[in-house]
Design a protein around this ligand. Sequence first.
Ligand SMILES: C[S@@+](CC[C@H](N)C(=O)[O-])C[C@H]1O[C@@H](n2cnc3c(N)ncnc32)[C@H](O)[C@@H]1O
Length: 381
Amino acid sequence: MTKRFHEEAFDSGTLLKLEIFRGYTRNWLPVFLSRVSYPNVNIFDFFSGPGKDKNGQEGSPLIILNELDQYLHDPLVPKASEVSVSVYFNDDNEKNIEDLKKNISEVTRGPAAYSIRFAKKDFEIAFMEELPELKRPDTANLVILDQFGLKQINDKIFHELIACPTTDILFFISSNHIKRFISEGCIQQYFPLPEDEIRKVGSKEIHRYICNKFYRNLIPKGCEYYLAPFSIQKGNNPNIYGLIFGSRSVFGLQKFLEVCWDKDSVTGEANYNIDNDSIRDGQLSLWQEDNVIKKQDQFKKDLEGYIQSEQPTNIELYRFSLENGFLPGHTNDILRELQKSNRLEVKDPRTNENIRKGAFYVNWDSYKKHEARARFSKKRC
Ligand SMILES: C[S@@+](CC[C@H](N)C(=O)[O-])C[C@H]1O[C@@H](n2cnc3c(N)ncnc32)[C@H](O)[C@@H]1O
């Protein structure tokens, strides 16, 4: 990889990664551009590259600008004219930035409704310079960190990022390298993880593990911060790498998971059979209990257990779904099934009356308004 990355055609894994960048940018823009919640909206691409591969396939910077132009030129979507939009591209390779400027000028039609800044610095220097902007309470930021390898998003940078008030992050990491070279000092320096444990983690699950066992553990206790991984395998190559999403907003998490479930309708987190589900490979087992999607089956059991033990409200169920990597729609489907088989009680928490069949209010609108409109419990059989 490295130096020749943009002199070759992007491979299938890179294209999927870029599609996820695109999908999340597309979901993120309307949240901050349709009305003035923050007067300053920034998109940072700290490892931008030159904008294209050797075949002219768009990389992250052109994808970002494309999505911005599409949104800002769409007459059918609401736009708050008072919002000022700024895009920042950095790459430590000077030629990449010069090529990027040229590539942008070739696709730009007329004056843009946003400003663009370029920098040619080592990531850490560029990041520290931009940190005051990221920390401003009146900015909403999307930060894309498409590093080579793994060492740039270390614990120090991650701590800084999660402390920024309204900042969603999406970063790439070669997780398989951590497993492969875990005993080496250069890896231990950044990922001081127990070697024995890492060796036991299956290759397919390593990216999920790095997200949940390394980055999640860096989040200070009591800090509301959401993370989600998406694992990527390139063709039949056993090496696994992937993206990690982070946000202080549960709605941000929903928007990211929508992109993930669109790419993987089985687990919402990989472009391969991450849990070795035989049914996903088209093999049916003699044992009926094996013919399930493990992650979906586990979520169903966890959800039922949660309802039984906690009698949660719609607000709590909304958060529970997303924290477990599932969308509100998945939860609503399970609730419907439980209700149909007469195993669910749904009451209005204020009156303790049964509420209309099929009404669950597990959605962002109710969550945002703190509207506890339903309380769920299991019916005794
Ligand atoms: C994986 S590529 C980024 C690809 C880009 N997002 C795209 O879609 O085309 C990583 C880029 O980071 C740059 N880079 C590598 N190390 C860097 C560092 N320490 N600081 C800043 N940029 C760096 C490389 O020159 C390369 O263009």
